[in-house]
Design a protein around this ligand. Structure first.
Ligand code: 4NP
Length: 162
């Protein structure tokens, strides 16, 4: 079983969408015994809250139900997950700083590394998933579409690697 944790800042706009789309595709493809996903935020502002209402309504338009309650990233997540994929460079730097060893650091990447295909692009220069929180609804659609592409490529990557 490969376990993936998606990380953003508040765990209400981007990472729960990444988790929701990823798990939707996992179920659609019958991969539940091989892949699982969760999400967390580097900040604790929204602990216990459901996803942002616009994230949820946009996801629903694409047939994806979001079932998550916000939680903060914790040190134990380095042991619980094989891959920790961050939405932007700030999240990435925060989580990398928390990883004490090079082994744990090697689990941390950016979901944007999977935007160009199933072979991850270098983390340096990987595109960010922009924070839609303060912007118009169009930003939430952009986030959904970017994460749809990236999670498809991620699943191909995780199921084709030995
Ligand atoms: P997220 O978006 O990191 O995609 O969940 C944000 C949600 C809340 C805040 C910032 C970003 N906030 O500052 O409360």
């Amino acid at each position: 079983m490969k376990r993936v944790l998606f990380v953003c800042l508040g765990n209400i706009c981007r990472s729960p969408v990444a988790e929701g789309i990823f798990m939707h595709k996992v179920r659609e493809r019958g991969l539940e015994s091989r892949l699982t996903g969760d999400s967390a935020g580097t900040a604790g502002y929204h602990i216990g809250e459901p996803p942002h209402t616009t994230s949820s309504s946009v996801a629903r338009e694409y047939g994806v139900a979001l079932n998550h309650r916000a939680r903060q990233f914790q040190q134990a997540d380095f042991e619980r997950f094989d891959h920790i994929l961050c939405m932007d460079r700030s999240n990435y730097e925060t989580v990398r700083r928390l990883a004490g060893t090079t082994h744990l650091q090697s689990k941390v990447g950016m979901i944007g590394q999977f935007l160009s295909g199933p072979v991850p692009a270098p983390v340096e220069g990987a595109p960010e998933i922009p924070d839609p929180y303060y912007g118009p609804v169009a930003g939430f659609h952009d986030v959904h579409q970017l994460l749809d592409t990236a999670t498809s490529n991620l699943i191909t990557h995780l199921t084709s690697a030995s």
